[in-house]
Design a protein around this ligand. Structure first.
Ligand SMILES: [Zn+2]
Length: 241
């Protein structure tokens, strides 16, 4: 270790002492070498392994609804592992989104199922939400995925503003299922002001934080498939069983 590295390590140790970093799952104070997760919680991440499995449960969510080629989620959204998503969405902790996105990107590089994506498109937030949160968590994840994918082939470009959310989230609890779907479907559109529009046949990786009912992703994917003639695959950090 040279002098510079030694100084950097001392600085980080001092920083950790003043502002302890905690594990996103169990809340324990992290050690110097740990990033976002303590070693135990990192080892226990409930990976889905969907990147190795065609016709996986996440892909079946979209069967009969819209034409989606592959669906990848990094881990199951179980009780303990909701923490990282919560930190990303509500605590302004963007580095964990990038960290997990990069991890997912690397999984997609596995040789036997490698797909060359042309573009990465995050699910958009309504501008009012974007203004209050200060960032789009899906875009943060997309940046991580892009970084993870940079080891092979052409690195896909991110188009953060290809889609837009037209309507602010309304309370959906009392609405019927059909009405609910209609309101999600109509909430998204192509952004007229986006300058980079993928050509027909381009393969887009659509990115969101969590896959639950798939309504949002279905709405966005349908626009990309039907209006732009693109091929669409989906990547989310978490998958709700
Ligand atoms: Zn932990």
């Amino acid at each position: 270790m040279n002098l510079l590295e030694g100084l950097e390590k001392c600085g980080r140790l001092l920083f950790d002492l003043c502002f302890p970093r905690i594990c996103a799952v169990c809340g324990r104070t992290l050690l110097y070498h740990e990033q976002h997760f303590c070693l135990e919680c990192f080892a226990d991440i409930p990976f889905t392994h969907f990147w190795n499995v065609q016709d996986n449960p996440a892909e079946k969510v979209f069967w009969g609804r819209c034409r989606v080629e592959r669906v990848y989620s990094l881990f199951y959204y179980t009780n303990n592992y909701r923490g990282p998503i919560h930190m990303l969405k509500y605590d302004g902790h963007t580095p964990i989104g990038k960290f997990l996105g990069k991890m997912l990107g690397k999984k997609l590089l596995l040789p036997d199922n490698f797909i060359q994506f042309d573009y990465i498109v995050p699910v958009p937030l309504h501008w009012r939400k974007l203004l209050s949160r200060g960032y789009n968590q899906s875009e943060v994840i997309a940046q991580g995925i892009r970084e993870g994918l940079s080891g092979r082939g052409n690195v896909p470009k991110i188009i953060p503003n290809l889609l837009c959310r037209k309507r602010f989230a309304a309370s959906q609890t009392s609405k019927e299922r059909e009405q609910r779907w209609r309101s999600v479907k109509d909430a998204y559109a192509l952004n007229r002001y986006c300058r980079r529009v993928p050509g027909r046949g381009s393969h887009i990786l659509l990115v969101d934080d969590v896959l639950t009912t798939g309504a949002t992703l279905e709405a966005c994917a349908t626009i990309l498939v039907e209006q732009l003639g693109c091929r669409v695959s989906i990547a989310t950090l978490a998958y709700v069983e």
